[in-house]
Design a protein around this ligand. Structure first.
Ligand SMILES: [Zn+2]
Length: 251
């Protein structure tokens, strides 16, 4: 099957969660990508002409939007890798693959759970997975990873009172900036849940980009507070991944 290419002026953002051997019996298997599969997906994309870009490239590209009538990115089929939740397996299993393949990535960390255990999954038996420590995050940062916020505690933001979702957005930014010593300019909403009010508040809090889980590619017309992503769930074969990328190009 020939896959249709992503148009040149569209940005593909991939969403991963965990990387490593899937803990099948504990559920959430769909949120795990084995490191060999990740490597195969990256190699496929590169061979198919997708260019991996980092968060800064995306910021630069989107911030030029108002001044360019018909802009196009200077690279073909720009693709950004994002990882939600910032669990420790990203250090042990994703970082080596990303480094070997020379692919940058944006990791969204739960600022109030750094160095702790996960406590937000719906099933109790899925919880208590180690989260990245500050030391690991600082090392990852040195090795080319950019960090964004995934809020303080990974709540369903629209279910909170406004004061609380504002705090989740604003304080997580401060905590991460303090811990990492760099500006934190991006946020990914837990469960992809964002309302127009929450998106506007994210920009008011100083984020320059917000990431949802809405499917699709991004253009210069996409709302900065709600970029779209392709959720890479556990794919047993590369062909499923290829098919999903091809479908994305047609959205
Ligand atoms: Zn999450």
């Amino acid at each position: 099957m020939r896959s249709s290419p992503v148009p040149e002026d569209r940005l593909l953002v991939l969403l991963y969660h965990n990387v490593g051997p899937s803990p099948g019996r504990r559920g959430l298997a769909a949120q795990w990508t084995e490191s060999g599969a990740l490597r195969a997906q990256l190699r496929y994309l590169r061979e198919a002409g997708y260019a991996f870009v980092d968060a800064q490239w995306v910021l630069d590209w989107l911030s030029r939007a108002p001044t360019h009538a018909a802009p196009s990115p200077p690279v073909s089929r720009p693709t950004l890798l994002t990882f939600d939740d910032g669990q420790a397996n990203l250090y042990t299993h994703a970082l080596p693959v990303l480094e070997e393949e020379g692919v940058p990535a944006l990791v969204f960390a739960v600022a109030g759970r750094v160095g702790d255990l996960t406590d937000w999954e719906s099933m109790p038996s899925w919880r208590h997975n180690p989260v990245l420590t500050w030391e690991q995050m600082l090392e990852m940062q040195e090795r080319g990873i950019t960090f964004g916020s995934h809020t303080l505690t990974h709540p369903h933001l629209p279910a909170l009172l406004e004061a609380d979702w504002r705090r989740e957005l604003a304080e997580s930014k401060l905590v991460l900036e303090e811990g990492l010593g760099r500006p934190v300019e991006t946020v990914a909403y837990p469960y992809g849940e964002v309302t127009p009010e929450i998106g506007a508040a994210a920009l008011e809090a100083g984020y320059r980009l917000g990431f949802s889980t809405r499917r699709g590619l991004n253009s210069l017309d996409t709302a900065l507070a709600a970029l779209r992503r392709m959720n890479v769930r556990r794919h047993r074969g590369l062909w499923l991944f290829r098919r999903k990328v091809a479908k994305m190009a047609r959205l």
